[in-house]
Design a protein around this ligand. Structure first.
Ligand code: SAM
Ligand code: SF4
Length: 456
């Protein structure tokens, strides 16, 4: 891509290559970064060897997430050897935590920018141009990038994330997020609605409202003495169009209200799926984790979901080997899983994160081999529960939003139903972005297989 300047000379726009690790928040942040840099004339390339600037948006949540980034830096080193003019920047969660190490030990890193300083990227890149290393990892109490229209990097142009809040105030004892992403702040609902409307006008069919704890979203309009809760925001977004699906993540068990569940029940286009991370089934461990709820409270929230939204899929995050976790605590987690009957779970071994309460006060005392055994047990159980959940769908008809061509067969499409389960079915004459009624006739461990019932 080349711009023309007013003397009619060709100005070549510098090419940005961006790689993203970690959660949905990071994916959404990379889209903000591209927007900020595109405004200053940068263009995006998918070919790393063709880039003038390489940015890597990093994750710190577990040690292995950081290890992957260090591994990528070795690859960038080779690229920089061949082309010393290329600039390398580390952005996101590792920036704050590891700025000194990144700049001092990794000679190839020119730029380190934390999650609240992306507006500064153009001026920081100018500093790098003048031969200096540039750093900004200051966390903000206000920044929500509310006015920035993210440049969508997804391939299908059908589903997009909208960030509704940043940071987190919960301080779960194991978690690094509040340290690397700062305090919680909610974004102006007007800007969220504008972004959702704009996406719908551009043909998007599904948006996911994201934040670390969406249930504690709260916008306070001090001037008009009004406030907007998550339930109210969700309802306003759902009203944009029946043809726009709404999802959200992540819900927090201590804050998830019945009000949100009733709004979900009222609007067909709000998807029947709640991701409600339990972390552990043992109240003793939940207390040490500082999660702010007990096993009984969590199960009460599950009961409320099943009562108000009988067809709702429930998914979770679980962790094994938290400091002090005994075999009995682990068994309680297995019992919780069976009681809830999760449709899907993300399961991790506890990983001590420097600076957190747990790292400072609780000994990482569960042996690695024991963490692994417990993790294997919960994964094995979850595989059985996921399979059972899919078998229960046989014979049901779901509305599926078509996302693309199946990897395994070009004659089949894949999409997801409201419960967020992947469904594969014959393409016929449908296209990406259509809603199709599909009857489920079979399943594999990860996918529902169907045939077209009737068109939406
Ligand atoms: N805000 C969400 C919540 O509270 O449920 C989760 C955010 S975190 C990005 C995603 C998941 O990573 C957590 O639910 C937890 O299971 C896992 N996680 C966080 N810190 C961890 C750690 N130190 N070791 C292992 N897993 C961790
Ligand atoms: Fe981390 Fe807890 Fe905040 Fe989730 S709620 S981001 S686990 S501190």
């Amino acid at each position: 891509m080349a711009n023309q300047n007013n003397t009619n000379q060709k100005v070549i726009s510098p090419k940005l290559y961006i790689e993203t690790y970690g959660c949905q928040m990071n994916i959404a942040d990379s889209e903000v970064v591209v927007s900020v840099l595109q405004d200053k004339g940068y263009s995006v390339t998918e070919d790393i060897n063709n880039a003038d600037i390489i940015l890597i948006n990093t994750c710190s949540i577990r040690e292995n997430a950081e290890q992957r980034v260090w591994g990528r830096l070795d690859v960038f080193k080779q690229i920089k050897k061949k082309n010393p003019a290329v600039k390398v920047g580390i952005i996101g969660c590792m920036a704050e935590r590891l700025k000194e190490k990144l700049l001092e030990e990794e000679k190839i890193v020119d730029l380190v920018v934390g999650p609240d300083a992306y507006r500064e990227l153009p001026s920081l890149l100018e500093e790098v141009d003048s031969g200096q290393k540039a750093v900004n990892v200051i966390l903000s109490k206000e920044e929500t990038y509310a006015d920035i229209n993210p440049v969508r990097l997804d391939k299908n142009r059908i589903s997009a994330f909208i960030s509704i809040m940043r940071g987190c105030n919960n301080m779960c004892s194991y978690c690094i997020v509040p340290y690397v992403r700062g305090a919680e702040r909610s974004r102006d609902p007007k800007t969220i609605l504008n972004e959702a409307n704009d996406l719908f006008q551009k043909g998007y069919k599904e948006i996911t409202l994201i934040g670390q704890n969406v249930d504690s979203y709260l916008w306070q309009d001090e001037e008009h003495h009004k406030s907007v809760s998550f339930a109210q925001l969700l309802e306003s977004v759902a009203k944009i169009s029946q043809d726009l699906r709404i999802r959200f993540s992540t819900s927090h068990p201590k804050d998830m209200s019945d009000e949100v569940l009733y709004v979900m029940a009222m609007y067909n286009n709000i998807c029947n799926h709640i991701h409600l991370p339990a972390q552990s089934g043992s109240t003793r461990i939940l207390e040490k984790m500082k999660r702010g709820y007990t096993r009984e409270w969590y199960l009460d929230r599950i009961k409320a979901i099943k009562r108000i939204l009988p067809d709702c899929a429930i998914t979770t995050d679980l962790m094994t080997g938290f400091p002090g976790e005994t075999e009995e605590d682990h068994q309680e987690t297995l019992r919780l899983m069976k009681e809830v009957n999760y449709d899907l779970a993300f399961m991790f071994k506890y990983s001590e994160r420097p600076g957190t309460y747990a790292a400072r006060h609780l000994k990482d005392d569960v042996k690695e081999s024991e963490k692994t055994r417990r993790l294997t047990e919960i994964i094995d159980l979850q595989n059985k529960l996921s399979e059972k959940s899919k078998r229960e769908d046989l014979g049901k008809v779901f509305e599926v939003l078509v996302e693309g061509i199946s990897k395994k067969s070009k004659d089949h499409f894949f999409g997801r139903n409201s419960q967020n389960k992947v469904v594969v079915f014959p393409r016929l004459n449908y296209k990406v972005g259509d809603y199709v009624e599909v009857e489920i006739i079979d399943c594999t461990s990860a996918t529902l297989i169907g045939e077209v019932a009737t068109k939406h």
